[in-house]
Design a protein around this ligand. Structure first.
Ligand SMILES: [Zn+2]
Ligand SMILES: [Zn+2]
Length: 344
């Protein structure tokens, strides 16, 4: 009974969000391109030279077209977990990165590192950043790039509009024929209403753009950023006093390159398909053997060769391997570079 009422509640929530997403979709797909028409009016009236007019026009249409494409990609790309996700009874993956976060009771399957369950999508989301009602989708591993580019192009577009709007306002204000002599009444009303919506939107988009830029530079998600400082996905460096460091931060340039999937066409909102398929991530070189030893000095350490923990082999012969490892390393904490293994 509890399950069915929970299910109904989730369905209601989902329907509500679908309903709320509608106005936003209309806003970004209808209102924003219409602003291009207003901009054209500005340029026409300001009597710019043809070259400037063409360059401004191309910039406006290009940034809005790329924004629309990025927006479409953000909505349609899903961040579902991999198909080979292990059922919950086999969830003890032999890697420290999976501890405490290794199973989802809702989906009844293994949950890789950085994965979170989204109650609105009703699914586990790889490298979940946040659920965004504007796109009626979760921002995660595969669409974080298109979401970021959407914010970037919208910021560029909104700034262009704001600037042109200001220039045109000044032109009308200084005009000898009077402020309202240049356009129809409809234009002034439409311009006013659009500006009313667009200036706050511009401010919000700027914030979103700069916030996500800082996340990319540090290789963090919004969720990780919110809980950084707690023990989340951090490890302790061997400094005194010990400090928390971000497990996935491999340096600014490396983080940027990884975020855009090492693509020369980083400015196009393609889906990010990673070699690592979202189950494992490159880790900071600072997270080394010593860090992990300092975390739990009471447990005896055993050095083992790294090739024994080849991930593909584990996937292939998981059961067999687990039985072997359980027997051999019973009650011991096993450590190799950057990885820690605990078997009971
Ligand atoms: Zn789940
Ligand atoms: Zn979601």
């Amino acid at each position: 009974m509890i399950h069915s009422s929970d299910h109904n509640q989730r369905r209601k929530k989902r329907a509500l969000f679908k309903h709320q997403a509608g106005p936003f979709i209309i806003f970004f797909t209808v209102l924003m391109p219409t602003n291009c028409v207003i901009l054209e009016q500005f340029y026409f009236d300001l009597k710019m030279d043809p070259t400037t007019q063409i360059i401004s026009g191309i910039l406006v249409y290009l940034s809005y077209s790329l924004a629309m494409w990025s927006y479409y990609q953000s909505i349609t790309i899903k961040n579902n977990t991999i198909d080979k996700a292990i059922p919950i009874q086999d969830n003890r993956r032999i890697d420290p990165l999976y501890k405490n976060t290794n199973s989802c009771l809702e989906c009844n399957q293994w949950k890789p590192i950085r994965t979170h369950h989204c109650s609105l999508c009703g699914k586990c989301i790889l490298k979940m950043d946040h659920h965004c009602p504007w796109i009626h989708n979760c921002v995660g591993l595969r669409n974080h790039r298109s979401f970021y580019l959407f914010a970037m192009y919208m910021t560029i577009g909104a700034m262009q509009y704001s600037y042109a709007s200001w220039v045109y306002f000044r032109f009308l204000f200084r005009s000898s024929e009077g402020f309202f002599a240049h356009q129809s009444t409809f234009f002034y009303i439409y311009w006013g209403l659009t500006s009313l919506v667009l200036y706050p939107t511009c401010a919000m988009l700027c914030f979103l753009f700069f916030y996500h830029t800082s996340l990319i530079l540090n290789n963090q998600t919004t969720l990780e950023q919110m809980k950084s400082g707690s023990n989340g996905n951090c490890c302790i460096q061997s400094d005194r006093p010990p400090r928390h460091i971000n497990l996935f931060d491999r340096g600014t340039l490396s983080n940027i390159a990884w975020f855009f999937n090492y693509s020369y066409f980083w400015f196009l909102p393609f889906e990010n398909i990673y070699k690592e398929d979202g189950t494992k991530y490159p880790i900071s070189p600072l997270c080394n053997l010593q860090d992990i030893q300092i975390n739990n000095p009471s447990i005896p350490l055993v050095q083992i060769p790294e090739q024994q923990f080849d991930f593909d082999k584990i996937d292939q012969k998981y059961e067999e391997y687990l039985a072997f490892a359980k027997l051999k390393y019973k009650n011991k904490r096993l450590v190799l570079i950057g990885k820690e293994i605990q078997l009971s």
